[in-house]
Design a protein around this ligand. Structure first.
Ligand code: PAF
Length: 288
């Protein structure tokens, strides 16, 4: 079914067999879950996995349960052959490429789901109800199938990373979670599969998202503590350039709760629509 190159498996049973052979010889397993349409940000995850493990498994699965009605599940870019070649070039050892029925043997209302309460209802979760339940359900399932020593996720999806850390902790899952710094274009735009939805004109405006995060960080470092006014100033800048922000929010980096006067570790998060794309980004700031 697949041409030569990086080995591809499509069933959990075959995947488990291969991974357990590696494990029996004492090898450490790294795992990078993706939805495909890979870019340099994903390949950075694979490179980091190579440093932390002896064998690297990557999954490509466009997970229907994390897309809401009217979102881009059907049109999400699927570029399997290019992804597979790129993964081979970046040192992946095995690609897991399951069909929907392999991951979800039962239709959704009767399928067991994993939900991290609280954290999944704020920020992106407030705008995309059910999204994070879909993410934690599929990540739990993939971690159970691969049983890696370490799994790697991009820090661009900061809230997702926090939810996965909490799920792993709450459910005593035996895997280390490694967050990997965001990869950016030269003009600051965070790499994302959804950047390709931008027109040329929108692409030229898009770096403003990171500039606004940097401006807000500067204000915090300068000692400003009127968080709502920093947030609304940057939202206004985004709106003036054609963005439709879902939120621009200054939070405590550890809890994602609203900061208070004792907060020193901040995370500034933004989600905004530009044309057909919904872009997210964040910036961590520590103040003294
Ligand atoms: O970040 C992603 O690409 C997805 O949310 C993930 C973690 C692969 C789960 O589908």
């Amino acid at each position: 079914m697949f041409s030569s190159g990086l080995p591809v498996v499509t069933t959990g049973a075959v995947l488990r067999g291969m991974v357990s052979e590696w494990r029996q010889t004492g090898l450490r397993i790294g795992f990078v879950p993706t939805m495909g349409n890979l870019h340099a940000g994903h390949f950075r995850l694979v490179q980091r996995a190579r440093q932390l493990a002896d064998r690297v498994v990557v999954s490509i699965f466009v997970n229907p349960s994390q897309f809401g009605p009217g979102e881009d599940y059907a049109s999400y870019p699927r570029t399997f052959e290019a992804d597979r070649a790129g993964l081979g070039d970046h040192g992946a050892d095995l690609l897991f490429y399951p069909a929907v029925a392999e991951i979800y043997p039962r239709p959704f209302p009767s399928m067991t789901q994993v939900e991290v309460p609280g954290l999944s209802d704020i920020l992106c979760g407030a705008v995309r109800p059910g999204h994070f339940r879909g993410v934690t359900t599929v990540v739990c399932k993939l971690l159970n199938l691969v049983q890696p020593d370490v799994a790697l996720f991009g820090q661009k999806d900061y809230q997702q990373l926090g939810l996965i850390r909490q799920m792993v902790d709450d459910l005593s899952m035996q895997v280390a979670i490694e967050g990997v710094p965001t990869v950016r274009e030269a003009d600051g735009l965070a790499l994302s599969s959804r950047n390709q939805y931008l027109s040329l004109e929108e692409r030229s405006v898009a770096p403003l998202l990171f500039e606004c995060l940097q401006q807000a960080a500067k204000a915090l470092i300068a000692g400003e503590r009127d968080w709502p006014s920093i947030e609304s100033e940057q939202c206004a800048r985004l709106c003036a350039s054609g963005f439709r922000p879902d939120y621009f929010s200054i939070r405590s980096a550890h809890t994602l709760e609203e900061p208070d006067i004792s907060t020193v570790n901040y995370i500034i998060l933004v989600a905004a629509r530009l044309g057909k794309a919904r872009l997210i980004d964040n910036l961590a700031v520590t103040v003294s």
